[in-house]
Design a protein around this ligand. Structure first.
Ligand SMILES: [Zn+2]
Ligand SMILES: [Zn+2]
Length: 227
């Protein structure tokens, strides 16, 4: 007999706990998250939204894992940080001493209108870490947990989220490689092989070897967004 968390809505008005096991509850959660994503951006609002989603989703994640026979206890989330992460969308830090707490961080690039579902998946991914042993990483138990969450809560948690989960912006990258023949463009953070030797490569889209490399202006560090 599955045990469902009692509380059906949190102080933010978001459905939570047992309510998230139904498609209606999940749709309601997504609708609220979506509405809040379309409000003015800003680190403070992003963090508040992340916290509210953690509150809403946490008990359901814990209970879905229990239902799947996984011994899990959600650590208390003592801090939520918003980062400028481009490659790391989220992280869960569990202190060495294991005092039942954890610190979560999410890339600010996850917070844009239309991205509520992907944001929720990344948050669920980190909540899963927050439930499992510190050294589990993306091991077998993590995979079982992912399946349990995706099945019971209709999520699409992955080990590595797709690139589309974050806002792609030229401003984040150092190099732009453009195919002069068809306009196909790629962005890179580091001067890898394509950036250093563009003539050795052919465009996958049009087959021509006509790559041109542009160095993009470095992004000035915005302290206010750094957290
Ligand atoms: Zn992970
Ligand atoms: Zn091309």
């Amino acid at each position: 007999m599955p045990s469902r968390p009692q509380s059906e809505s949190s102080s933010s008005g978001m459905p939570r706990g047992g309510a998230l096991f139904s498609p209606e509850g999940r749709e309601a959660l997504l609708a609220i998250a979506e509405a809040r994503l379309s409000e003015t951006a800003g680190v403070w609002r992003m963090r508040l939204l992340a916290r509210d989603l953690i509150d809403a989703l946490g008990p359901a994640v814990e209970s879905a894992l229990h239902d799947a026979g996984i011994d899990a206890r959600l650590r208390r989330v003592v801090s939520v940080r918003i980062t400028r992460g481009v490659r790391e969308y989220g992280s869960c830090n569990i202190p060495r001493g294991e005092d039942g707490t954890c610190r979560l961080a999410f890339s600010g690039l996850l917070f844009f209108p239309g991205n509520a579902a992907a944001l929720l998946d990344v948050i669920a991914h980190e909540l899963l870490h927050a439930c499992l042993p510190p050294r589990e990483g993306h091991g077998g138990l993590f995979h079982r947990g992912m399946e349990a969450l995706n099945g019971a809560l209709g999520l699409r948690v992955q080990v590595y989220s797709e690139k589309t989960a974050i806002r792609q912006s030229e401003a984040l990258y150092r190099y732009k490689v453009v195919c002069a023949a068809c306009g196909n463009a790629f962005y890179y953070l580091r001067a890898g092989a394509v950036v250093r030797h563009p003539s050795r490569y052919r465009c996958a889209k049009c087959g021509k070897g006509a790559f041109e490399v542009y160095r993009l202006e470095p992004v000035t560090s915005d302290k206010e967004n750094m957290e």
